[in-house]
Write a protein that binds this ligand. Structure first.
Ligand SMILES: [Zn+2]
Length: 113
């Protein structure tokens, strides 16, 4: 009975100090080398591409949010923008609330006419 081929992938511990060969029973052969299901180079590349696509989508979404926040800050003429949103200082918020209350009054007067 011949011994089953073992996975030749190099594995490192999280510290990066210790390296060893995986050694699990191989499931696939790729370019003449044997790999287990975890270290199948084709599957690994697919998993990396999937992760990269996920990160890119997240970055794109954060960029879009930051740009929208910057546009609003420019429109308001106050506040600071981030991917989280728009932040106003207490003074800026007071001023904005005061201005909004005058708008409400104006609308009320218009409706009264
Ligand atoms: Zn392996």
């Amino acid at each position: 009975m011949s011994e089953k081929p073992k996975c030749v992938a190099e594995v490192t511990d999280p510290s990066g100090w210790h390296r060893w060969k995986c050694g699990k029973t191989a499931k696939v052969e790729h370019e003449g080398k044997h790999y287990c299901g975890t270290h199948d180079p084709v599957k690994l590349a697919a998993r990396r591409a999937e992760k990269a696509a996920k990160w890119n989508a997240q970055w794109a979404s954060q960029d879009a949010a930051r740009n929208e926040a910057r546009r609003i800050v420019a429109e308001l003429g106050c506040g600071s923008a981030s991917s989280e949103g728009v932040r106003l200082s207490l003074d800026e918020a007071r001023e904005l609330a005061r201005l909004l209350s005058t708008l409400k009054c104006d609308v009320g007067r218009l409706e009264a006419k």
